[in-house]
Design a protein around this ligand. Structure first.
Ligand code: ATP
Ligand code: MN
Length: 480
C-alpha cells in the first residue's frame, strides 16, 4: 500500500504531538535549505516540514523546488516558530515528482488572475483557487443535501435535446453530419437533418426545465443540477458558454411559494459555507479586501465578504414588483441625471444589468426579488396574471452579481398556454409531450433556475465568472 499518509488538514488540527507521520504534497516554498512549506490541497494552510541540517544529501535538497511533489516521513512535533502550532520533523524525504524551478510558471509571489486563467491547469495549486474550488465543492454538496432533506428527487435531464422552444439563449448544434459541404440537403438547399444521427436537428440543452416539469407532475418535487450551454456571444464577467444550473420544479407551488423556497435555499447554502468553509472564506475575504484597496473609495463595497454573507443569511430579501421597480428607477436621481446608459422612460422595457445593480446595490442594499414582469419580455410557459399584461415571473438579484435566479409559476391552463405559444409562433406539435402535462392531471406548479457559478461568485467574492469554474468555456476559448 502506497497511500499511508495523513492529510495535512488533519495533522494541523492534531491535538497530539510526538507521533510518527507521513505526508505527501506539493512544495510551495523551500527556505534556507531547511523549511519546506508543503500543501496537499486539503486546506489552504501548509505544513512546515523541517529538514535537519546535514541530514540529507545535497542531491535531494536540490530537487525540493516550488511545484515538486514529495513524500516526507518523520515526527509531528510542537512548533517553536510562529505561524504554526505543529510541524513535521523529517527523517525521510522522497521526491515523487520533480519540478524544474526555471520552467514552473507558478512562483511564490502574487500572480494576476488573468495570468492564472491562462494556466488554469496549474492554478488549483494557488491559495486563491484552492479556496475557491473547495468552496465550490462544499456548495454543490450543500445543494444536494438541502433538496434531499426536503424530499426532492434529483432528476437527470438530457444534455442533448431537440427542443429549442424555450428561447433561453442561442444554442450549440449537435450533429454527426459532415461540415465540408457534403451534408445531405433538402430541395430548398437547407440541411436535411432526417439524415443526421438522431433523425432531426439537435442541440445542447439551455435548460432542463421543460423535462423537469414532466417529472414534477409525478414526484411533486424534483431538482436538476447539471451543465447547460448557451452560445451567447456575451463576453461578460457573468456569462459562460458552459455553466451549471440548479433547477427545482415543484407541484402545488404558486409564485409566492416559489420565492419562499428560493430565498430559503440561498440563505441555507450560504449558511452552510459560513459554517463549513470558514477558513477558506476568511482567506477569500482578505483577498477581496486587498483587491478593493485598488479601487477608488466610492467604488469599494461597504461590507467585507463574511459580513456580506452574514447579512444575506440574517435579513429577508426585498420583494418588489417589476412595476414598482420601474417607478423607483424612473424617479431615481441616477435616471434624472442621465447616468444610466439605458434611460428608464416607461413600463415594459427589459431591465439592463445597470438597472438591476442600482436597485440592489444603491437603492435596497440587499438581495431583491423582482416579480410580475411584462409578458412580452418573458418566456411562453410563465403563468399569465389576470391583468392581461404581466406574468408570474420572479428574478432574484444579488449585490455585485445581478441576476442569480430566474423563475416563475408555470401556466397550467392548456388553453392559455396554447394561446400564448401561438402568439409567440412556437409550434405546438413539437411540444406535444410538454402539453400532455396540461391535459392529464394538470396542477399549479412553479420552479426556478439558479446559475451555480453566479452563486459561487457571490459566496467567494470573486469578480469574474471564469475564475469560479475549473476550465471556463467562453467565446474564442475552450482550452484544457
Ligand atoms: P442573464 O439575463 O443574466 O443573461 P438569463 O435571463 O438569460 O440571465 P435564465 O435563462 O433565467 O437567465 O437562467 C437562469 C439562471 O442561469 C440565471 O439567473 C443565471 O444565474 C444563470 N445564467 C444564465 N445565463 C448564464 C450564463 N451564460 N453563464 C452563467 N450563468 C448563467
Ligand atoms: Mn441570458
Amino acid at each position: 500500500m502506497f497511500n499511508k499518509r495523513t492529510k495535512i488538514k488533519e495533522l494541523l488540527q492534531s491535538a497530539k504531538t510526538d507521533i510518527p507521520c507521513t505526508v505527501m504534497g506539493w512544495v510551495r516554498t523551500f527556505r534556507n535549505n531547511q523549511f519546506i512549506a508543503l500543501n496537499d490541497g486539503s486546506t489552504n494552510n501548509n505544513i512546515q516540514v523541517v529538514v535537519a541540517l546535514g541530514a540529507f544529501p545535497d542531491e535531494t535538497l536540490k530537487r525540493i523546488t516550488t511545484g515538486a511533489c514529495i513524500k516526507a516521513s518523520g515526527t509531528l512535533i510542537a512548533s517553536v516558530g510562529k505561524g504554526q502550532t505543529v510541524e513535521l520533523k523529517a527523517d525521510e524525504i522522497e521526491i515523487l515528482g520533480d519540478s524544474d524551478a526555471e520552467k514552473f510558471p507558478l512562483q511564490p509571489k502574487k500572480h494576476s488572475l488573468e495570468f492564472l486563467r491562462e494556466i488554469a491547469h496549474l492554478r488549483f495549486r494557488t491559495n486563491t483557487f484552492g479556496a475557491v474550488f473547495r468552496v465550490r465543492h462544499a456548495l454543490a454538496f450543500a445543494i444536494h443535501e438541502f433538496f434531499n432533506r426536503k424530499g426532492f428527487v434529483y432528476l437527470h435531464t438530457p444534455i442533448i435535446t431537440a427542443s429549442d422552444a424555450e428561447g433561453a439563449g442561442e444554442m450549440f448544434k449537435v450533429t454527426t453530419l459532415p461540415l465540408d459541404g457534403t451534408a445531405p440537403k433538402n430541395e430548398d438547399g437547407s440541411i436535411n437533418f432526417k439524415e443526421d444521427f438522431f433523425g432531426r436537428s439537435t442541440n445542447l440543452t439551455v435548460s432542463g426545465q421543460l423535462e423537469g416539469e414532466l417529472a414534477a407532475m409525478a414526484f411533486s418535487d424534483i431538482y436538476t443540477f447539471g451543465p447547460t450551454f448557451r452560445a451567447e456571444n456575451s463576453n461578460t464577467a457573468r456569462h459562460l458558454a458552459e455553466f451549471w444550473m440548479i433547477e427545482p420544479e415543484m407541484a402545488f407551488y404558486d409564485l409566492e411559494d416559489n420565492m419562499n423556497l428560493a430565498e430559503e435555499f440561498i440563505r441555507h447554502i450560504i449558511k452552510y459555507a459560513l459554517t463549513h468553509n470558514r477558513e477558506d472564506l476568511e482567506f477569500l475575504a482578505q483577498r477581496l479586501e486587498e483587491e478593493e484597496k485598488q479601487k477608488p473609495q466610492q467604488d469599494r463595497s461597504e461590507m467585507g465578504l463574511i459580513e456580506k454573507l452574514e447579512f444575506v443569511v440574517n435579513n429577508d430579501f426585498e420583494r418588489v414588483t417589476y412595476t414598482e421597480a420601474i417607478e423607483i428607477l424612473r424617479e431615481s436621481n441616477h435616471n434624472k441625471k442621465k447616468k444610466f446608459q439605458y434611460l428608464i422612460e416607461g413600463w415594459g422595457i427589459d431591465l439592463q444589468s445597470e438597472h438591476e445593480r442600482y436597485l440592489v446595490e444603491k437603492h435596497f442594499k440587499k438581495p431583491v426579488i423582482l416579480s410580475n414582469y411584462p409578458k412580452e419580455i418573458k418566456a411562453f410557459y410563465m403563468r399569465q396574471n389576470d391583468d392581461g399584461k404581466t406574468v408570474a415571473a420572479m428574478d432574484i438579484l444579488a449585490p455585485g452579481i445581478g441576476e442569480i435566479v430566474g423563475g416563475s409559476q408555470r401556466e397550467e391552463r392548456l388553453d392559455k398556454l396554447m394561446e400564448r405559444m401561438n402568439e409567440m409562433h412556437i409550434p405546438a406539435e413539437e411540444l406535444d409531450w410538454y402539453l400532455d402535462t396540461r391535459r392529464f392531471g394538470a396542477c399549479k406548479h412553479a420552479g426556478f433556475g439558479l446559475g451555480f457559478e453566479r452563486l459561487v461568485l457571490f459566496v467567494t467574492g470573486m469578480t469574474n465568472i471564469r475564475d469560479v469554474i475549473p476550465f471556463p468555456r467562453f467565446p474564442k476559448s475552450a482550452s484544457f
